[in-house]
Design a protein around this ligand. Structure first.
Ligand code: PAF
Length: 294
């Protein structure tokens, strides 16, 4: 497996793959790779002839109170995992390589940003100011560096997935965005690097996220058209976990990410949750099609 630390090196590799008439898949990651990433990588290997995984802890998507410095980094471990999966290239740039002007006087920050308006108003975006601007900006840079035909993202980060789909549509990127279903433990808990921070008791309680979302899905599929009623159902299920501190439980349109007063037959919606157990914040969601006939 090739390892590229510079944008130039990465672009030369991408140009060579493309010149040979083969397709390139990209799986952007923050590293600390786990089963959830493996599902994305396996999908990318099905979708494209060559697969690049980027491993970059992107400073611009972390808020001042978030865990940028503490975020787990294990480049050598990640390299071994990628190699054993059959990935062709790892792109692991430094912060200076990706953001040459991050600390440069007089501005001390990049001046060009990519912002996808409106889609960050609800869900995680309401609590993580600037997060999705950082994500959209770094993913745009990764697209320019890695030149993929297809890029694969997890639907566990539903808001990110929808925002990036809109990004490529609005900015005319010739890149297909593929969303991969969330990988879950046997009891339904979504796989996340943050699960490791849960105590045994919190881990046992954390299954309420999946249970609440399944209850929401069942209720919508049985014909409930009042989002508020669906949110109340999720809150009731979550209340069974004494240590669950709910940040949000929402039902939004799957394309606009706006809440609705009333669910329309045929509409695709996302029921989504963010729940704290102590300092550990877990998110999860489910995409649901509102039935056309009830
Ligand atoms: O989902 C992630 O891991 C990150 O937000 C991404 C897409 C790699 C951008 O830094």
């Amino acid at each position: 497996m090739d390892v590229f630390r510079t944008v130039d090196g990465m672009q030369n590799h991408a140009d060579a793959v493309r010149a040979s008439g083969q397709t390139l898949g990209l799986v952007p990651t923050l590293g600390a790779l786990h089963e959830g990433h493996f599902a994305l990588l396996r999908r990318a290997l099905q979708e494209a002839d060559h697969v690049t995984a980027s491993v970059f802890v992107n400073p611009t998507q972390f808020g001042p109170d978030e865990d940028y410095d503490a975020y787990p980094r294990d480049l050598e471990g990640d390299r071994e995992k990628l190699e054993s999966l059959g990935v062709d290239a790892m792109f692991a740039p430094s912060v200076d390589e990706m953001y040459p002007f991050l600390n440069e006087a007089p501005f001390g920050q990049p001046l060009a940003w990519v912002d996808v308006d409106r889609l960050d108003e609800h869900l995680c975006g309401a609590y993580r100011e600037g997060h999705f601007r950082g994500v959209a900006t770094v993913v745009t840079k990764l697209f320019h560096a890695c030149k993929p035909d297809v890029a694969v993202f997890g639907k566990k980060d539903a808001q990110q997935y929808v925002i990036l789909q809109r990004l490529v549509e609005d900015l005319l990127f010739d890149i297909e965005i593929v969303g991969v279903p969330t990988v879950r433990a046997d009891d339904g808990l979504a796989v996340s690097s943050r699960n490791a921070y849960l105590s045994d008791d919190e881990r046992a309680q954390a299954t309420v996220l999946h249970e609440a979302l399944q209850a929401a899905k069942t209720e919508i599929e049985r014909g409930e058209q009042a989002p508020q009623a669906v949110v109340e159902t999720m809150d009731e299920v979550l209340a069974a976990a004494p240590d669950a501190d709910v940040q949000y439980a929402e039902v939004v349109d799957a394309r606009t990410l706006q809440p609705a007063d009333h669910l329309r037959p045929g509409q695709r919606v996302i029921a989504a949750l963010a729940v704290f157990f102590g300092d550990t914040r877990l998110i999860d969601n489910v995409f649901v099609d509102v039935p056309t006939e009830t």
